[in-house]
Design a protein around this ligand. Structure first.
Ligand SMILES: [Zn+2]
Length: 363
């Protein structure tokens, strides 16, 4: 319904934006209804407006009951970056749900030092064991470089590496449940621009690597072993109320942050955001803050302000140094709009849905 395009709200910078969230008319396949509300907002209402949180929490309790006290030493592995979502998940698992937790920190070498210091301190204060995995940086940089040259973004590497490391940690520790703080509503990237699975990753890396070299970090464990570990995301089971989350973390863990702080867990974020904008014509902050507005976490005005201040219109400070660190330079920007993960093979859709269904049915 392209004819509806002009019915969003024109902004000062000449962009038309959704009148409810802030998505711009440069977002893929967007259209606006007669009130100027975008397709993504309408889809959101259909999908999420009728969530019964009481029922969700009962479901969570019954899952946790099945795992509590069952592991050798730990009942649950909690991926722990030191950000608000994973910190709150760890706090809830330990203190509210009384699970025996192992915190798992994945350090890709781009983590903020303060976040790393917080991870150690918080684990100690909570009285949970912590393991950190730091893969060899030389290998990682080659993977980032190949991903960047082939697809116009380097984040693809971590999208495969992190879950692999998390599953492997659970598997080797004999833990059958993973509880993460990833929020589909707030953090999912647009399916029109972002996708990754191991088939796709293999196809991207094949020309540049002996795949044996990538096996441990990117292709372990096998599907069969992954079926033995259940993963849940806590924000899918309880309302993810940011004021409560910040209040709890500051009171209990000396978090030292407020909702006003815009902070990255990863120092690569400003650079990946800039590359994303160059590639897609809209910004990472635009879709992330549009998600937050839609979920009622912040107001539309606040979101517009953050986007105006933070969305990189030019290469961010330190961009050239960051690129040089990966063995690349600004020539990466030439033709970047034609690069995409969708130029590579992806997993067969039927198999993907089948695998998701089995994972959901895991006891
Ligand atoms: Zn919208």
């Amino acid at each position: 319904m392209i004819s509806h395009r002009s019915e969003g709200e024109p902004m000062a910078e000449g962009k038309v934006r959704c009148t409810r969230c802030i998505l711009p008319d440069t977002y893929p396949n967007i259209d606006f209804d007669e009130k100027g509300v975008c397709r993504v907002c309408r889809e959101f209402d259909e999908k999420y407006s009728s969530i019964d949180w009481k029922a969700r929490e009962r479901e969570l309790e019954s899952i946790l009951n099945r795992y509590r006290g069952k592991g050798k030493k730990y009942d649950v592995l909690v991926p722990f970056s030191g950000g608000k979502d994973s910190s709150y998940t760890l706090w809830m698992m330990k203190n509210k749900y009384k699970m025996r937790c192992l915190a798992f920190n994945f350090d890709n070498g781009f983590l903020d030092e303060n976040a790393l210091a917080f991870v150690k301190k918080a684990a100690r204060n909570l009285g949970v064991d912590l393991i950190t995995y730091t893969p060899d940086r030389e290998l990682l940089d080659r993977v980032y470089k190949r991903a960047l040259e082939a697809t116009g973004e380097f984040c693809a590497a971590c999208v495969v590496l992190m879950p692999t490391a998390i599953f492997r940690a659970a598997d080797t520790q004999g833990i059958r449940l993973i509880a993460a703080g990833f929020s589909d509503i707030l953090e999912s990237p647009p399916p029109e621009t972002s996708y990754m699975d191991r088939v796709c990753f293999r196809d991207i890396m094949k020309p540049a690597f002996d795949l044996k070299e990538l096996e441990w970090d990117f292709f372990f464990p096998s599907w069969k072993r992954m079926f033995g570990v259940k993963q849940i995301n806590l924000p899918n089971y309880i309302p993810w109320d940011l004021p409560t989350i910040y209040e709890t973390l500051n009171r209990e863990l000396d978090f030292g942050k407020s909702m006003k702080d815009v902070r990255y867990d990863c120092l690569g974020t400003p650079h990946s955001s800039y590359l994303f904008r160059m590639r897609t014509g809209f910004g990472k902050y635009e879709y992330l803050y549009a998600n937050m507005v839609r979920a009622g976490v912040i107001t539309r005005e606040e979101a517009l302000k953050v986007v105006e201040e933070r969305e990189p219109k030019e290469a961010p400070e330190g961009f050239d140094e960051f690129m040089a660190g990966l063995g690349c330079d600004r020539s990466i920007l030439e033709g970047i709009e034609k690069k995409s993960v969708f130029n590579f093979k992806t997993r067969n859709r039927g198999f993907r849905e089948f695998a998701h269904r089995i994972r959901r049915l895991l006891p």
